[in-house]
Design a protein around this ligand. Structure first.
Ligand SMILES: Cc1cc2nc3c(=O)[nH]c(=O)nc-3n(C[C@H](O)[C@H](O)[C@H](O)COP(=O)(O)O)c2cc1C
Length: 304
């Protein structure tokens, strides 16, 4: 295929614009039997905290029409075990973006500092948007002042590209995007899951022990497209589109709406090769429509 698939995202060179979304692709090695990571642009690891976390009690996942609801609660091995045990097992030549979470800006900064200068870590994605933990996460993503403080703190903690992952659970995504750009973020990633509730009729209880969870999958794709389009129109830093992407055509829609790269999340649970197939599908679309470079699709949405 003659299409040039390379893109630059926030200063990170990617062989194609497709990354796997945080929390949906383990630490990368779990998928090795199915997918050579060198077929995708990069890998976003599960959100890391300063100390290991066990997450919420089950039940933590429930299937919904065209999607799923999760309240994992940021279970993770902690930043030290990630660096000493998980990173060395990943193949060379695959940019790893480490996702960072904390309950306060200083905790985020501590994890960012620890990851800076570590081999294979090409960038930091700041999870300012987790909808189902008791402290942190969504609070930062929903309040412009708290978000500004968080971005300022992580920006000064690391020389790596800083990408802020935004919450869709806000009134104005454009305002949040501008706050991040104003505080020096290198890029944005959106959307995280939509806060949601499902009910188990037999028990007459919430389907998840945590009561509220985050909705993901094809059900949220049009909402994500709308938010990516609004965010990309509000800032000049690059935007990574996330939400319900399962095919190359889904991904192209995000590129047209202004995303410079995309992430594949829930689709990995259905098809562990989804991210590679999405990358190939984008190139097929570009070739069929006469685009020499995948990057030329970015923002090419025609509006009268
Ligand atoms: C089971 C599960 C765990 C997730 N864990 C994280 C996480 O640790 N950090 C994060 O930023 N997003 C996390 N997400 C959100 C995804 O990265 C993504 O933003 C969201 O699911 C929307 O994309 P999708 O519809 O393609 O899944 C998680 C999503 C799921 C389904």
């Amino acid at each position: 295929m003659s299409v040039d698939t390379q893109v630059d995202f926030a200063g990170i060179a990617l062989r194609n614009p497709v990354l796997t979304a945080s929390g949906t692709f383990g630490y990368g090695t779990e998928f090795a039997p199915f997918l050579d990571l060198r077929r995708i642009g990069g890998f976003v690891a599960k959100s890391l905290t300063a100390q290991p976390r066990t997450g919420n009690l089950p039940k933590r996942i429930v299937e919904t029409p065209a999607g799923m609801l999760n309240a994992i609660g940021l279970e993770n091995v902690g930043v030290e075990a990630f660096i000493s045990e998980k990173l060395p097992a990943l193949p060379d030549g695959v940019p790893v973006i480490a996702s960072v979470f904390g309950t306060a800006p200083d905790e985020y900064a501590e994890v960012c500092k620890r990851l800076t200068g570590v081999d294979k870590v090409a960038g930091l994605e700041i999870n300012a948007s987790c909808p189902h933990v008791k402290a942190g996460g969504i609070e930062f993503g929903q309040n412009p002042e708290l978000l500004a403080d968080l971005v300022r703190t992580v920006r000064s903690a690391s020389s790596l590209p800083v990408i802020i992952k935004l919450s869709p659970n806000v009134t104005s995504i454009a305002e949040m995007a501008r706050v991040c750009e104003g505080e020096g973020a290198d890029g944005l990633a959106l959307i995280n899951t939509l806060q949601a509730l499902e009910v188990d009729l037999e028990t007459r209880r919430p389907a998840l022990r945590n009561v509220l969870g985050g909705l993901s999958g094809p059900a949220i794709r049009p909402v994500a497209l709308r938010m990516v389009w609004q965010a990309a129109g509000a800032v000049s830093i690059p935007v990574c589109g996330i939400g319900g992407i399962a095919t190359g055509d889904d991904a192209v829609k995000f590129l047209l709406c202004g995303a410079s790269a995309v992430q594949v999340g829930t689709a990995n649970y259905i098809n562990p090769m989804a991210a590679a197939e999405v990358a190939e599908g984008i190139a097929v679309y570009a070739e069929r429509h006469g685009f020499a470079r995948v990057a030329d699709l970015v923002g090419a949405l025609e509006i009268d």
